[in-house]
Write a protein that binds this ligand. Structure first.
Ligand code: BG6
Length: 495
């Protein structure tokens, strides 16, 4: 992340190796991000992009990438001349990831760029391959940093539970050191999420209010309108708790709840996030029913379009009890937050796509205007993460007229109106990898701690044979009102 005292830094020339070079992530996110990054000088133009491909020829791969750009990122589509320049930086290595020869061939394809042989290895492949790839690279001598830096990028999920996350960490750490591993959580690359840190730590009005004396409750949400799309295989095993809460939303929670770090460096920030995770109250099996909600989408409509129930999606078992909506009510046992619930929730096929952090303040201690007026609303501060990032402060104001009746007044400050100027999360995060800044990446201990926190929930939920339903395109999730009923204002529905 580019901090206040840094100018935007062009990364050193690097060999950017993409495993999974023909896959969706590469086409939809990585290549468009790289095109923009080269364009605006974040990636050194002497860098090389090396795709690891299996069966295609080099030209077929280039065509696939070009078609992907036109289809998914018309905004960055290149004219013929620009494409030729971009394509001249692309190389490919054909091979099978299970064969050591492939890694030897990758080694032979790495170029000395500038004076070094820097390499970023991006694993845009299923997580089951991460360990094999890391070992393959190590066996071919590609992890050692003698000739330049060597960094390994992996995408969530980092394991499916505590045991598998721990095993993955051990496997990776047996060949790389922690500083070489970049675990991407794309939520942390969102401008509006980083802006949370700036709102918190660059405004002196926040800190005095940022605690249990003034804050009643915090809700962190990610509502989506999409279903599971083509990912039944993954989602059936994952569900919303693993897919969104254990990863993205818990990361956001740590940024909201952490103490000010002593400096803005990767380990100082991550140490503070880790302290939050360690202070979260552990669930007992008996707490799970009371403090969590799981539900699954039934048929309904998103806007005008009728959509099927989850159990009718291709690849989903008709009696699946996988949750597509999950909510967890955490409590943080420390001086700042004791008694303040943090409710994290996320659902697919909801009425609207909105991600927010809602800080609800306590009610005024008494109502001075009681004899004439309506009861004042509790104040709230809403950080809209997407779409239309920004912040809104809800106050009470006098209704115009002869009484002192009040009505809510919402002061909105849009943050990212200029969509063109806002970097995509992948641009931010890949640039951070290239300049070696790990602030926005999860450390192994954070990953394991967050799994340990959700583990008791996973254990209870996996024994359930049925799950509640909500109609697609609505907010009608059973039990959410109960989960939030003692929070000022109840469950916050996006508007
Ligand atoms: C991914 C999840 O990590 O995040 C998806 O696997 C989800 O299921 C996506 O749709 C949401 O990301 P965003 O940026 O659209 O909020």
């Amino acid at each position: 992340m580019v901090t206040a005292n840094q100018s935007i830094e062009t990364a050193e020339p690097t060999n950017i190796i993409i495993f999974g070079a023909t896959g969706d992530l590469t086409k939809r996110k990585l290549i468009p991000a790289l095109v923009r990054m080269i364009d605006c000088g974040l990636v050194h133009e002497d860098s090389r992009i090396i795709g690891i491909i299996r069966s295609q020829s080099h030209d077929e791969w280039l065509q696939l990438i070009r078609d992907g750009l036109n289809e998914y990122s018309p905004r960055v589509a290149l004219d013929n001349d620009k494409w030729q320049v971009f394509a001249s930086r692309m190389k490919s290595v054909r091979g099978d990831l299970s064969e050591q020869k492939t890694y030897d061939d990758i080694g032979a394809a790495l170029e000395v760029l500038g004076e070094k042989k820097n390499a970023m290895f991006y694993c845009a492949i299923p997580p089951a391959w991460y360990g094999r790839v890391a070992t393959g690279l190590s066996n071919s001598g590609l992890i050692s940093e003698q000739e330049g830096y060597r960094r390994l990028v992996i995408e969530k999920p980092f394991g499916m539970d505590l045991a598998s996350a721990h095993a993955l960490n051990l496997e990776l750490l047996s060949v790389c050191n922690e500083k070489q591993i970049y675990r991407i959580d794309h939520y942390l690359g969102k401008e509006s999420v980083q802006n949370l840190l700036v709102y918190r730590f660059a405004n002196s009005i926040m800190e005095p209010l940022w605690n249990r004396n003034y804050i009643d409750s915090v809700q962190i949400s990610a509502a989506e309108t999409i279903g599971i799309e083509y990912r039944a295989g993954y989602y059936e095993k994952s569900g919303a708790l693993r897919d969104m809460i254990q990863s993205h939303l818990m990361q956001v929670m740590t940024l909201v709840a952490m103490e000010p770090p002593v400096e803005f460096t990767a380990d100082a920030v991550r140490d503070e996030k880790m302290k939050v995770l360690r202070a979260i109250h552990r669930f007992e099996a008996d707490d799970v029913d009371k403090l969590t909600v799981a539900a699954q989408y039934a048929a309904g409509a998103i806007g005008e379009e009728a959509v099927p129930a989850y159990v009718r999606e291709e690849g989903v078992s008709p009696d699946s009890s996988t949750e597509t909506f999950a909510a967890v009510r955490f409590e943080i046992d420390n001086w700042r937050w004791e008694g303040v619930p943090f409710i994290l929730w996320s659902g697919k096929r909801m009425q609207k796509k909105v991600s927010e952090v809602i800080i609800r303040f306590r009610k005024p201690p008494f109502n001075l205007f009681d004899s004439h007026a309506s009861v004042p609303h509790a104040n709230s501060l809403v950080f809209r993460l997407q779409p239309d990032g920004g912040v809104a402060l809800k106050l009470n104001a006098k209704k115009p007229g002869l009484t002192t009746d009040n009505e809510p007044l919402v002061m909105r400050a849009p943050y990212a109106n200029d969509e063109e100027g806002v970097a995509d999360a992948y641009e931010v995060l890949m640039h951070d990898v290239l300049i070696g800044d790990e602030t926005l990446f999860s450390r192994s201990d954070e990953v394991e701690e967050s799994w340990a926190l959700v583990e008791p929930i996973l254990q209870v939920w996996k024994k359930r044979v049925s799950v509640d339903r909500y109609r697609s395109g609505t907010w009608e999730v059973p039990d959410m009102d109960t989960l939030c009923d003692d929070c000022v204002g109840g469950w916050h529905l996006p508007n």
